[in-house]
Design a binder for this molecule. Structure first.
Ligand code: FES
Length: 145
C-alpha cells in the first residue's frame, strides 16, 4: 500500500467514523460557528477550557469528507492538551496545509492529521481542511481575551 493510499484510508476512517461528534453545554463552554464561504458548509465547535487545558472538544455541522475528517482528527488530538500545546499543533497544521515542509518531529506532533498533507496541492480544498482549526483558533482567542 502506498503512503497516499494509507493517508486516504485514514481520512475516510475519520470522515465515516468521526471522533468527538456532538455538543457540549455549560457556562465554561465556548461554541464557535464557522462557515466555509466557498461552499456554505459549516461547523460548530464546542471547546471547554479549564485550568489552561482543552478539557473537552466536540463538533457538529455538515461538510465534505476533508472537513469532517479534519475536525475529527483535531478533536481527537487536542482533548486533554494544554492551550500552548494545542496552539502549537494548530500552527503546525496550518503551516502544512499552506504547503510548507515539516520536520519529522512536527509530522509526529500532527498524528493522523498529517494524512491531510496532500490537500496543500488543491487550493480549493484548503478551506475545507482548515475550517475546524480556524474555529479552534477563535475559541482559544476568545478564551484568552
Ligand atoms: Fe464544503 Fe468541503 S466542500 S467544507
Amino acid at each position: 500500500m502506498s503512503l497516499d493510499d494509507l493517508y486516504r484510508q485514514v481520512i475516510l476512517d475519520h470522515a465515516q467514523h468521526p471522533r468527538a461528534r456532538g455538543v457540549l453545554s455549560g457556562d465554561d463552554v465556548r461554541a464557535i460557528d464557522l462557515k466555509n464561504p466557498t461552499c456554505g458548509d459549516h461547523i460548530t465547535l464546542y471547546v471547554r477550557i479549564q485550568d489552561g487545558k482543552v478539557q473537552d472538544i466536540r463538533f457538529t455541522g455538515e461538510g465534505c469528507s476533508i472537513s469532517q475528517a479534519s475536525a475529527s482528527m483535531m478533536a481527537d488530538m487536542l482533548k486533554g492538551q494544554n492551550i500552548e500545546a494545542a496552539e502549537r499543533v494548530k500552527d503546525i497544521f496550518l503551516k502544512m496545509i499552506q504547503g510548507h515542509d515539516l520536520v519529522e518531529s512536527e509530522e509526529e506532533t500532527l498524528g493522523d492529521a498529517v494524512a491531510l498533507k496532500g490537500v496543500a496541492q488543491f487550493p480549493a480544498r484548503i478551506k475545507c481542511a482548515t475550517l475546524a482549526w480556524k474555529a479552534l483558533e477563535q475559541g482559544i482567542t476568545d478564551h484568552s481575551s
